[in-house]
Write a protein that binds this ligand. Structure first.
Ligand code: GLN
Length: 476
């Protein structure tokens, strides 16, 4: 029944451009068991799940919203996709995104931008759905699927979740397999989950989580066991110490976000949790470091789309002598992707590497140490004694806004220079640099209007994913 409702919504909401390709009614009804006849009780039986189009599936092309891959048929399913199919989940289709995951508003797409429904519109026009997993977020928000998978390199699951009013969970780096996920910045890339409630996030997370020998960065079984032991040693009183990092309380935050932040802290307090100020001094360096590291990795990862190894080859005149590559890439990539490739190649060049790439790697380490210095749980990836030096109070989790502002108008975003657009990610990238789990929780505000969609982020120590979900549950 639910599948039929989703299908009807997909047809009715076509103009939002949330999907790049999707299953037909016939295809779906063949795989979705009929309500009462559904016998096997696998955890995701018959649930419609939309997949961001930078995750490989065999039943639809995988385009990354790029012209260069516009008809790429993957010969295999990504591990996360086969896992969700094994659990009974049904792939509803592939969702729209910023090309290769590069962007914050889902407007850099070969098939056109994702747009908000008019009920979510502001008087002055279309609001941003966030990005880059904007299609996955909107598909969930408008009930075109039960839940969806996105990818989060620097906030791409959390920001669209915040802007569309759904839950967006980025697990610890290495928990969910990246095999079959098109790499943007592989040391930061994670697969994330979007859904309307925490229980759905949990069931999808548990179905796709697990070691995968095909992904060299997948967290080994032994490390997973070590984390479980560490987490179990913690006394579970159900009351947690919640930290508020003073560096996040900047003057650039919209007053509505600040008041929602305060209200959320109060709500936690009223449930018996305690609030503690903490300090993460390297926070303001995180954004520039991210925008050096992510493009550097992207420049390297995207080198394979040359029309020979991968990508739609340019059909121009004789393209020998290197012209084939440049012509294919000039035609195939959009402007934002080209900008990142240029930026990345520059910061990796002999002339710039010491001042940019190496410095950014050092900042990344500082950001990680900052977090280790405030969490009471030890970072299981760091040797004993390698904890941060923080002498202040230790906390179990942090609560910060997901974004500094409400969803901006698309027309304003289009006028912005790229650096201003990057500012949106200021609260999401530190956790990405440190590989930590974080969830964006939609919080209710006094104003019912869509313009007041606000997301609050819960962040915890590496591997403490269940805690993040437990606190999210407590806020819902
Ligand atoms: N907006 C960020 C970027 O453009 C994050 C993208 C992402 O997480 N994929 O890099």
């Amino acid at each position: 029944q639910h599948a039929r409702t989703c299908l009807a919504n997909q047809v009715a909401n076509k103009s939002y451009n949330a999907f790049i390709s999707r299953a037909t009614e016939e295809q779906l009804l063949r795989v979705v068991p009929d309500g009462e006849n559904a016998s096997t009780q696998r955890p995701l039986e018959g649930k419609l799940i939309a997949i961001k189009d930078n995750i490989c599936t065999t039943d639809f092309p995988t385009t990354a919203a790029s012209r260069i891959l516009h008809e790429f048929p993957s010969p295999y399913d990504a591990t996360v996709v086969s896992k969700l199919r094994d659990a009974g989940g049904v792939v509803a289709g592939k969702t729209n995104l910023d090309e290769f995951g590069m962007g914050s508003h889902s407007i850099h797409s070969h098939v056109g931008p994702v747009s908000q429904p008019s009920s979510m519109e502001h008087g002055e026009g279309q609001l941003s759905v966030g990005g880059s997993s904007g299609g996955s977020a909107l598909a969930v928000a408008t009930d075109q699927c039960w839940a969806s998978l996105g990818t989060d390199t620097g906030g791409s699951v959390r920001l669209p979740a915040a802007y569309t009013g759904v839950y967006g969970f980025k697990p610890s780096y290495g928990l969910l397999s990246r095999w079959g996920v098109l790499a943007y910045a592989n040391s930061l890339d994670t697969v994330g989950i979007l859904a309307k409630d925490v229980d759905s996030v949990k069931s999808l997370f548990h179905a796709v989580n697990g070691y995968d020998k095909k992904d060299p960065t997948s967290l080994a079984e032994s490390s997973r066991r070590r984390i479980t032991e560490l987490v179990e040693q913690r006394k579970r009183s159900g009351r947690y110490r919640i930290g508020v990092p003073k560096e996040y309380n900047t003057s650039g935050i919209d007053p509505k976000i600040k008041s929602a932040w305060r209200a959320t802290l109060k709500a936690l307090q009223s449930k018996g949790h305690s609030i503690h100020p903490v300090s993460l001094p390297a926070t303001k360096l995180a954004l520039p470091a991210y925008y050096v590291l992510a493009p550097a990795e992207a420049a390297s990862n995207l080198a394979k789309y040359d029309g020979v190894r991968y990508g739609t080859r340019s059909s121009g005149p004789d393209t020998s002598g290197g012209v084939l590559f440049s012509q294919t890439r000039s035609e195939g990539f959009g402007d934002e992707v080209k900008r990142r490739i240029l930026l990345g190649n520059y910061s990796l060049s002999a002339e710039a590497i010491d001042n940019y790439f190496i410095q950014a790697q050092k900042v990344r380490r500082l950001v990680q140490r900052d977090f280790d210095g405030v969490f009471s749980l030890r970072n299981s990836l760091v040797d004993e004694g390698g904890d941060g030096e923080g002498e202040g109070e230790r906390v179990d989790a942090l609560l910060v806004p997901t974004a500094p502002t409400l969803p901006p108008l698309v027309k304003d975003v289009k006028r912005q220079d790229p650096v201003a657009a990057y500012m949106n990610d200021v609260f999401t990238v530190p956790t990405s640099l440190a590989g930590l789990p974080a969830i964006s929780v939609p919080v209710k505000t006094d104003h019912g209007a869509a313009r007041s969609q606000i997301g609050m982020q819960i962040i915890s120590q590496y591997g403490d994913d269940e805690l993040v979900l437990e606190i999210a549950q407590c806020l819902s």
